[in-house]
Design a protein around this ligand. Sequence first.
Ligand SMILES: NC(=O)c1ccc[n+]([C@@H]2O[C@H](COP(=O)([O-])OP(=O)(O)OC[C@H]3O[C@@H](n4cnc5c(N)ncnc54)[C@H](O)[C@@H]3O)[C@@H](O)[C@H]2O)c1
Length: 335
Amino acid sequence: MKVLITGGAGYIGSTIASALEDAGHTPIILDSLLTGPKAFVRDRIFYQADIADKVALKQIFQDHPDIFATIHCAALIVVPDSVSDPYNYYIDNVVKSMELFKTLAELNHPRVVFSSSAAIYDVVPNFMVNEESPLKPLSPYARTKYMMEMVLKDFCKAYGLKAIALRYFNPIGADPKLRTGLHVKNPSHLIGKLVQVALGKEPVFHLTGVDWPTRDGSGIRDYLHVWDLAQAHLKAVLNFDKAIAEGKSDDTDYTVINLGSQQGVTVKEFVAAFESVYGKKIPMEIKPARPGDIAGAYANADKANRLLGWKVEMTTADGIRDALRWGEVRDQILG
Ligand SMILES: NC(=O)c1ccc[n+]([C@@H]2O[C@H](COP(=O)([O-])OP(=O)(O)OC[C@H]3O[C@@H](n4cnc5c(N)ncnc54)[C@H](O)[C@@H]3O)[C@@H](O)[C@H]2O)c1
């Protein structure tokens, strides 16, 4: 089966491409290389173009009329950058995604799997959210995802698209075969920072926020291995029509599915897990919460299990181990 992956040179898109390939399918990569590295495309069928480039999209589907579905991962993803430069985020993640979806409808390639985010959820008292939980996107980045979910549903209703929006929680780790991993040099999220300290690239880890109403005061998250996340996309494509039929809430061919481990892990617990895999203490300083930080959330992933037959297979420790292994080879692969 052929599957188009936008953003297939990125961290998650490239891992999905490996998962598809390992299962005997053919990923086709569409990426402008705006942020993703060429090395992550490997020897895959590749179109270097923008997602809003209609000419390129027509060419792709002319060359590969048997593409079964499009997995739309391409986006800008750095939350603080979205605060300082919202224009670029709304253009890339909203305007260009709309152009992509409209073109897919016009070309009659209606199946879309969309990379959404758990960042759109509001905080709930016990921190566990299902797909019906209240939404409250706090950053421009999160609002682009929230908006695109609404746009996508409207497009499904009006233009005959069929879409599954996957709300990812916090992906960690790398491809277990180390083909790809996190490409950014100075990652701003928790595991990236810890790896930087472990590799001696940063002197100390700053634990930001210890006054949240969680069991130890630090924020709570839901970490899932990026390989498990990739497997969920494979299953979403393989079970696409059934998942839409059983998952839709009205007559529109659209459904939303959480992808998480179902386990809330606090930042302090995560640091302890990291130290245990790494085998050494991480120098740490406590700092106040950053503007826009929230207590957090973890997933109820029953719907993913029911509709896709998916649940996480790998542990937080597996994710930490693969992030550290990737950290050691990253510079050789990417320079
Ligand atoms: N990484 C996370 O923690 C996380 C969490 C939740 C959701 N997501 C979503 O998952 C998706 C993939 O994230 P990632 O971590 O792999 O990001 P990434 O930055 O590694 O990959 C994004 C890719 O999209 C490409 N791209 C961006 N704009 C483009 C455009 N206009 N045309 C063509 N290509 C373009 C980039 O070159 C890059 O290769 C994103 O939609 C992101 O919002 C990520």
